[in-house]
Design a protein around this ligand. Structure first.
Ligand code: SF4
Length: 177
């Protein structure tokens, strides 16, 4: 897997100050995507063990609230294989920080059905995350007032209760996760 960039003090992609990893590769090709260069799986630099360790170190300070995964698309099958073990490692190191991820895919239709890659690998990723923002960016539904989302079709899903209760539980924008 390649990655496009890492933001070490990101305040735009989840609550608080976060480390954000932009992975390469996305087949959604949403019209007016904010990051089209990351569609290419070969864009950027290889995601090495050294980079993994730098991210683990980057999350150490107390003022870093959590980690956000975006792209590109972290749930492309090629990326899942690398990110599932990495998220598990990160979760073990930081059980109390918040982990968010963005995907252009649909949580129920694409991720939970196993339509996208290996369902066990998808579940390993979902089980490490607190929040998933799902859905393609839709230009006609673009709304600059939305927090953490580009268009109003996208959802901010609280994964732990959603997985436990087998229904979609949305973030109410009050609870900090
Ligand atoms: S899912 Fe995200 S990265 Fe992929 S095309 Fe859509 S907006 Fe761009």
């Amino acid at each position: 897997m390649n990655y496009a960039t890492i933001k070490w003090y990101d305040i735009s992609n989840g609550p608080g100050v976060r480390v954000s990893l932009y992975v390469s590769g996305c087949r959604n090709h949403c019209k007016n995507c904010f990051n089209p260069e990351t569609w290419d799986f070969n864009y950027g630099e290889p995601f090495t063990e050294d980079i993994e360790n730098k991210i683990i170190d980057g999350l150490k300070p107390d003022y870093i609230k959590g980690f956000t995964l975006l792209g590109g698309d972290p749930f492309e099958p090629e990326n899942q294989k690398v990110l599932a073990p990495f998220l598990e490692k990160l979760r073990k190191a930081y059980p109390d920080k918040s982990f968010w991820a963005f995907t252009g895919y649909d949580y129920e239709r694409d991720l939970l059905t196993g339509k996208l890659g290996d369902i066990d690998t998808v579940m390993r990723m979902l089980n490490c995350l607190d929040v998933l923002i799902d859905g393609r960016f839709v230009e006609d539904l673009k709304d600059l007032n939305l927090r953490f989302r580009g268009s109003s079709n996208q959802r901010i899903i609280l994964l732990k209760p959603s997985l436990k209760e087998d229904k979609i539980v949305l973030w109410d924008e009050v609870e900090i996760v």
